[in-house]
Design a protein around this ligand. Sequence first.
Ligand code: ADP
Ligand code: ASP
Ligand code: MG
Length: 402
Amino acid sequence: MLVVKKFGGTSVANKERIYNVARRCIEEYQKGNDVVVVLSAMGKMTDELIELAKSVNPNPSKREMDMLFTTGEQTSVALMAMAMAALGVPAISLNAFQVAMHTTSNYGNARLKRIDTERIRHELESRKIVIVTGFQGINKYDDYTTLGRGGSDTTAVALAAALRADKCEIYTDVDGVYTADPRIVKTAKKLDEITYDEMLDLATLGAGVLHNRSVEMAKKYGVQLVVRSSLTSEEGTVVKEDVKVERMLVSGVAVDKSAERISVVGLADKPGTAFRLFDALAKANINVDMILQSVGRDNSKDITFTVDGNCGEEALKVIEDNKTRLNYQHVEIEKNVCKVSVVGAGMMSNPGVAAKMFECLYNEHINIKMISTSEIRVTVLIDVNEAERAANAIHDIFGLAE
Ligand code: ADP
Ligand code: ASP
Ligand code: MG
């Protein structure tokens, strides 16, 4: 059996934790299985590298940031191989170049295109544990790229798919996927199972327990995922296509504090306006989420949308740089906002979820700034200071704590 095991930053934060992970992997190896381990950078190292970079240059290029980031994962894989060797088990660490993890060229947010499996297979055949750097790739210029924050989960799933692994386990600092972030909602409950679609929505809407692209990829290639704790032997949560249990109306609540809202005021009310605006943003690789367009009057209209927190300023700059082409009066950015969402496949056949959520926010005197929905989710944009209160109240009203 071939098993891919991924461990996040907290799971390899210090020497003791590295040895803990090494022992868990060796246990698997000693059952006669092939073991591929994917690691994140130790503890908060990626955040520290960002701080370090900014102390040298407040606006570092994305290429150099990726070059810097890759040192984080490279440190943890090398130390893990050393720990395993000290425990008497042959292991080898490999980075994105050595494996050859090919990605698209965009730095900071690259997508995996192809993984060469030859080197890994060769090392597994000689009965080594193979330890691979998460989060990083290489592009057509032979430069390092990274997959976006939290991207090591995606490396693990991609490797599991490419190697046709029998199991893909994501080990983290909580013992599974909960009905809400257990750090925000104390009454959150662990789920035994969740569908790819629900998990994808939760992850995209702020449940950082899994990188959303890892879920997208798991669904595409049929990789069954298990999310579990690196510190306990609890069962964890299985992420898969169909779940056995009767669906609750709502399966989870997600909070995304990284959202920012941009309003472009006084645009021309004529065909092509929205196209020009979102085309400019798309060309700059900026992902737009909720979009609201006001009813046109006096031949003018306003368009408001949200972007991921890391690119609000970038979006603003793109819009300002295109002022003549876009032809608007002014543009504003609001940073103190967050998205709170409810997700659940049960919603498809049960009307009234949105109304119930809005009533709950009304009872809490929380103002809704924007709304967006899909078949299986409802998202509202509210003031960031009300995030915790809203998440707890919504979690409660849908009976998720029971
Ligand atoms: P790792 O470093 O292992 O990748 P992350 O910090 O990326 O760990 O993800 C784990 C964290 O995700 C948890 O500590 C928890 O606070 C957060 N989280 C957010 N939403 C959820 C959820 N629905 N279920 C479980 N954890 C969640
Ligand atoms: N180290 C990277 C990050 O902190 C990737 C990961 O942990 O998945 O975002
Ligand atoms: Mg993570």
